[in-house]
Design a protein around this ligand. Structure first.
Ligand SMILES: [Fe+2]
Ligand SMILES: [Fe+2]
Length: 274
């Protein structure tokens, strides 16, 4: 069993210090195998904000995989935005903006979707989609395969309006061919889980999705600060939503899926009677 902590949209510069401390305490209690950070570590890509994000990451005593978000590219400093968009991210957070983490049980591929020209919306390149095939394709079926981006592949339930990551359809085709089980993203400051097929009709096999809310910023959108704890094995995948209640994080929702052939089904669902 592998435990992933999925945190996102930290937005240092607009963080609530009490929640930052609460998150660190909660992560230590959860003891994840890997902490995934799906972008927007800063509010305005300022040096001071990156320093604060770096200090926060240094206090997490577990392996970390971090991708940038659109807020990690400067918006108003146009010279820096186009000439060196991720220079500060590379300097303070990680030189590699498409990081890869793998054990015998899990392989996690992070992909940078932040772009200078469409500052808010994100995109994948054809080379990144090729990397999905190269890095995840050869792995055996018992390895759980996970993609991480900042921009989402699946809109929130009941609201198809938010733009999805550019080239989502092509990337999902590659992900399906490689047996990807799970996609993690953020950006919308809204925590939800789902099956990619509810929005992408061309995908035949379940690829599960977890979107994380903002873990630490006061820029919430109608829901409390939260993050996801994901427990995965070749046969089971459980999503726990951990929500800030003013004093600490607690589990507010739990959803579990079980493997059925090559597919994932909600636990308790009998495919024979559907
Ligand atoms: Fe954000
Ligand atoms: Fe974002």
């Amino acid at each position: 069993m592998t435990t992933l902590a999925h945190i996102s949209d930290l937005h240092f510069g607009t963080e609530t210090p009490e929640i930052v401390e609460g998150l660190l305490q909660d992560l230590v209690a959860v003891e994840p195998s890997l902490v995934v950070v799906s972008g927007d570590l800063t509010q305005r890509a300022r040096r001071k904000q990156f320093v604060a994000a770096r200090l926060f990451l240094d206090r997490i005593p577990f392996p970390k995989l971090v991708v940038p978000g659109n807020h990690d590219i400067p918006l108003f400093d146009v010279v820096r935005r186009f000439a060196r968009p991720l220079a500060r991210f590379r300097r303070y957070i990680n030189e590699d903006v498409d990081p890869f983490f793998a054990t015998d049980a899990v392989a996690v591929l992070g992909m940078n979707t932040a772009r200078s020209n469409t500052w808010k919306d994100g995109r994948l390149s054809l080379a990144q989609i090729d990397d999905i095939r190269k890095k995840l394709g050869p792995l055996p079926p018992h390895v759980s395969k996970v993609l991480v981006t900042h921009h989402p592949f699946l809109p929130p339930p009941g609201d198809p309006s938010p733009p999805l990551v550019g080239r989502a359809a092509e990337a999902l085709r590659a992900a399906e061919a490689c047996g990807v089980d799970l996609v993690l993203a953020g950006h919308l400051h809204c925590g939800y889980t789902g099956d990619i097929r509810t929005h992408h009709g061309h995908i035949r096999r379940a690829i599960l999705v977890a979107q994380a809310g903002t873990a630490t910023s006061h820029r919430v959108r109608n829901e409390a600060n939260s993050y996801n704890v994901i427990r995965l094995s070749p046969q089971r995948l459980g999503f726990a939503l951990r929500v800030w209640d003013g004093k600490g994080f607690h589990e507010a929702r739990f959803v579990e899926y079980v493997k059925s052939g090559a597919d994932w089904q909600p636990a308790g669902h009998d495919p024979a009677v559907s």
